[in-house]
Ligand binder design. Structure first.
Ligand SMILES: [Zn+2]
Ligand SMILES: [Zn+2]
Length: 140
């Protein structure tokens, strides 16, 4: 994660990279998957209302992406242009989400499957996401 690139990107979108925004970006950058607001607040010296506002600003500027889990909770992560392309492991029980990086070979296979299915559906591919649903260690 390159702080300067993020700062410049925000500047281009007319958004100041304040200490609170920096703290949220750093927390998301060090997490191993998307985090809910309550999960984020626990590790930050920033009030919950401010975390909500900060996430909304960062999402509008394209720095933060939202993940909607099976538990109906919105979780947030850095956009893929910052964090790199990846997928998710989602627990069906508690909703916990972890990042999953495929090998280049696996990405190639998945890309071919997606391209074939998109061709049949007559749509052009802009991207793909893969979720492996499971029960996490704590929920088993
Ligand atoms: Zn779980
Ligand atoms: Zn992929």
């Amino acid at each position: 994660m390159d702080e300067h690139t993020i700062a410049r990107h925000l500047e281009d979108h007319g958004v100041r990279y304040t200490a609170a925004r920096r703290a949220v970006v750093e927390a998301l950058g060090s997490a191993d998957g998307p985090r809910s607001v309550s999960e984020l607040v626990a590790g930050l010296a920033v009030p919950q209302s401010s975390v909500y506002r900060t996430l909304a600003v960062l999402a509008a500027a394209g720095v933060v992406a939202t993940h909607h889990g099976p538990d109906g909770v919105a979780r947030f992560e850095l956009a893929e242009w910052i964090s790199g392309h990846h997928h998710h492991l989602v627990c069906t029980e508690c909703g916990a989400v972890r990042d999953l990086v495929l090998t280049p070979e696996e990405e190639e296979h998945l890309g071919a499957v997606v391209a074939g299915a998109a061709g049949r559906a007559r749509v052009s591919v802009e991207g793909h996401t893969l979720e492996i649903v499971h029960r996490c260690e704590e929920c088993r």
